[in-house]
Ligand binder design. Structure first.
Ligand SMILES: [Zn+2]
Length: 177
């Protein structure tokens, strides 16, 4: 079913992809000691909020009723993503933490060089843009292929359920397990 949310997810996915690429260019330049923008490129900061608010809509739809605090909610939300995308996200996340710690250790006093500051922050941008992209991608795939888990008798089930709430049969298909 192609709804407004579906179209929004496509637009947000594209914007997040552009944000990720720009952040990656800025980050690599900063690693080489070049500050691509005279001041901090704040538009990349703002862009994160622009993509995150609608990305959260997709996220909510993907975890539908399981609750965000569920330990598996992230995996459930990412169920439409290929394996490499999930690994890439985990890798970026770890990298951003190391990158930021190195930045904290290296920044001298109150006025570190612009390239260093940009380097410190752009690691986080990479994670946020990638996550927004992956959530929207997952949402689109799930909409296209109707990957909702279901039992042997075809009843739709919650992704966290092991048995059907309607007939008690085992869940036959669950993309996250
Ligand atoms: Zn059933």
């Amino acid at each position: 079913m192609k709804t407004g949310k579906y179209l929004l997810a496509i637009v947000v996915m594209i914007v997040a992809a552009v944000g990720f690429i720009v952040s990656a260019v800025v980050h690599v330049a900063a690693l080489c000691g070049i500050a691509l923008f005279a001041e901090m490129p704040w538009f990349l900061h703002i862009g994160i909020f622009v993509v995150w608010l609608p990305a959260m809509l997709s996220y909510n739809a993907l975890v539908d009723g399981i609750g965000m605090n569920n330990k598996e909610s992230w995996r459930i939300a990412m169920r439409g993503c290929p394996q490499w995308m999930r690994y890439a996200y985990t890798g970026l996340f770890a990298y951003a933490i190391v990158n930021f710690l190195l930045f904290m250790l290296q920044s001298p006093g109150k006025h570190p060089a612009p390239a260093l500051v940009t380097r410190g922050f752009s690691g986080h941008w990479l994670v946020f843009y990638f996550a927004a992209f992956a959530i929207c991608y997952s949402y689109i795939r799930v909409q296209q292929h109707d990957q909702r888990p279901h039992c042997k008798n075809g009843h739709p089930a919650s992704p966290s359920a092991k048995f059907c709430q309607e007939c008690g049969a085992e869940i036959e298909y669950n993309p996250i397990r």
